[in-house]
Design a protein around this ligand. Structure first.
Ligand SMILES: Cc1cc2nc3c(=O)[nH]c(=O)nc-3n(C[C@H](O)[C@H](O)[C@H](O)COP(=O)(O)OP(=O)(O)OC[C@H]3O[C@@H](n4cnc5c(N)ncnc54)[C@H](O)[C@@H]3O)c2cc1C
Length: 402
């Protein structure tokens, strides 16, 4: 609520700065049209006599009914429209991280699965830490649909009142989570790269201001606290063989007419011959230092010798050396291979954030002060154009002999 007190001197400064045209003059006093006001606070800042104030609903809300950390479990799409694919790796990453959050909050970790058929999810998800699986079985869930999925998840949230709900920052998660957040009128932090608990609240950390700082975001005034988390950021904990979650079957009424889009046929792009970086064990990555698209082929040659995927910095992608789907970093893909080899990449923070979870990083750069060396286990001050052909040759020979 915006309040304008009797201190108003009618200077009109607030009227001029309001981006939404919510303020006007009535006689010699400013008045507000609350249906246009968004409480942005621009007027509060310019008022010379502090006549304007924002009154927020600060009455402490009781969130004691909200308990449980939920992970929305994403299933792979399959070309067969009558069956869903396996659980996506990001869901195991979220369960592993969710386990730590649930323990810190002393709450249950629950997985939410919407599918046409139960495939022993209580066993598979239990092994990765889930205490409970809320399972909704309906053929309408086999093919993902925004309206049907969001209605189902909202219904479950309203019924069980979890304190935290996590989604993968995937195409589906990025589609579904905002829809649910807006329906429930709660906040959502997108693309988190770290999660923790402070004073009973979920701390949702993500890069801000072009990746130059990490912002910690809290949602103290609404429940559930909702976040999407980038794939490949969280490590998957080892499966605890034999651990089984409690299966809670939820019978939800699904109105078929909600489906406004019908998928008739699905063709999955298996990639154009070059391996995807998302789940690769070894990535050979090149940057602007490779100079030309022709020279970038040296990266591809080494990758082919090692059976590795090809990565690229944004500069290399912008220069057309490689397609965008190979870009590693904040606005590309987050990767966590066992081996990441960086050639001619400076190591800007936006690149580092996408590969810093790699087990071993080898970097080759002409500049001894390159930032990438800070993240590297093995750092070589050298010309990548000379190193790459020799390395490919030696490894090809070595691998043939071995
Ligand atoms: C909002 C935002 C999002 C971004 N997202 C991403 C992202 O997802 N991924 C990403 O990569 N970047 C991203 N960037 C861009 C990022 O800031 C850098 O500009 C980019 O990573 C630089 O790429 P580079 O290291 O290839 O090029 P440069 O920074 O130009 O570095 C080239 C390096 O090559 C070395 N070099 C030159 N010649 C040789 C040689 N012959 N042998 C060996 N080394 C050599 C140089 O010493 C230098 O260190 C983003 C930026 C913003 C603002």
């Amino acid at each position: 609520m915006l309040e304008i007190s009797a201190k108003c001197i009618g200077c009109t400064k607030c009227v001029a700065v309001c981006p939404f045209g919510a303020l006007s003059m009535s006689g010699k006093k400013a008045v507000v049209n609350m249906s246009a006001c968004t409480l942005c606070g621009a007027c509060v800042q310019v008022c010379p006599v502090e006549a304007i104030s924002i009154k927020r609903d600060t009455a402490s809300k009781d969130f004691s009914a909200y308990k449980g950390v939920w992970v929305f479990v994403e299933l792979e799409d399959s070309e067969d429209l009558s069956a869903e694919g396996p659980v996506r790796k990001v869901s195991f990453e979220l369960l592993s991280e969710g386990r730590k959050i649930a323990d810190a909050l002393k709450e249950e970790l629950c997985a939410v699965v919407l599918a046409g058929k139960n495939r022993n999810y209580e066993r598979e998800l239990g092994e990765y830490g889930a205490d409970k699986v809320y399972f909704c079985e309906n053929p309408e869930f086999t093919v993902y649909n925004t309206d049907i999925y969001s209605a189902a998840v909202c219904a479950l949230i309203n019924k069980h009142k979890p304190s935290v709900v996590l989604f993968g920052a995937t195409v589906k998660g990025r589609d579904l989570a905002p829809r649910i957040a807006s329906a429930l009128y709660v906040g959502l932090t997108a693309d988190c790269t770290a999660l923790s608990v402070r004073d009973g609240l979920l701390v949702q950390s993500r890069p801000a201001f072009g990746g130059n700082i990490m912002a910690d975001i809290l949602s103290p005034n609404s429940r559930p606290q909702m976040a999407t988390v980038r794939p490949n950021v969280m490590k998957v904990s080892p499966a605890q063989s034999g651990r089984i979650a409690i299966l809670v079957r939820e019978d939800l009424k699904i109105d078929k007419n909600m489906r406004r889009v019908k998928v008739l046929r699905r063709k999955i792009d298996r990639g154009s011959g070059s391996m995807k970086i998302e789940n690769a064990n070894i990535i050979v990555s090149g940057g602007r230092g490779m100079k030309t698209k022709e020279k970038f082929k040296l990266i591809e040659e080494l990758a082919s010798v090692l059976g590795a995927a090809v990565g690229a910095s944004r500069a290399a992608v912008d220069l057309g050396f490689k397609e965008k789907s190979h870009q590693v970093g904040q606005s590309g893909v987050t990767v966590s291979p066992r081996l990441y080899m960086a050639f001619g990449i400076s190591g800007a923070v936006q690149h580092l954030v996408g590969m810093k979870n790699s087990d071993i990083v080898i970097a080759v750069n002409k500049d001894p002060n390159a930032m990438i060396f800070g993240a590297a286990k093995y750092a070589f001050v050298a010309d990548a154009h000379q190193v790459l052909p020799k390395l490919s040759e030696l490894l090809a020979k070595g691998l043939k002999r071995g």
